[in-house]
Design a protein around this ligand. Structure first.
Ligand SMILES: [Zn+2]
Length: 87
């Protein structure tokens, strides 16, 4: 079991359990994720969440981060579908 080194909040499923933090391999080209350098993987939904919207989020910011995550996530899904069509 990991210790609580990171104050984690999953904007996807609201879990506070995480698997680990990784330096990002992908390259986000869109704001507000241009400067994201690490992601934290949720232990419940297994999503990789950019650390800026999942680390040290104060309770009053959690709704905001969830909203932000949904926007970004949906955006990425659309992009992926778009890329599939391109093939
Ligand atoms: Zn989660």
């Amino acid at each position: 079991m990991l210790s609580n080194k990171i104050n984690f909040f999953c904007p996807n499923c609201s879990s506070d359990k995480y698997i680990g933090k990784t330096t990002i391999g992908k390259n986000y080209k869109d704001e507000p994720y241009k400067n994201v350098t690490s992601e934290i993987q949720c232990a419940k939904c297994f999503m990789d969440i950019p650390s800026i919207i999942s680390e040290n989020i104060s309770p009053d910011k959690q709704n905001e981060m969830s909203k932000l995550w949904n926007e970004i996530y949906n955006h990425h899904i659309k992009k992926m579908l778009h890329n599939v069509k391109m093939f």
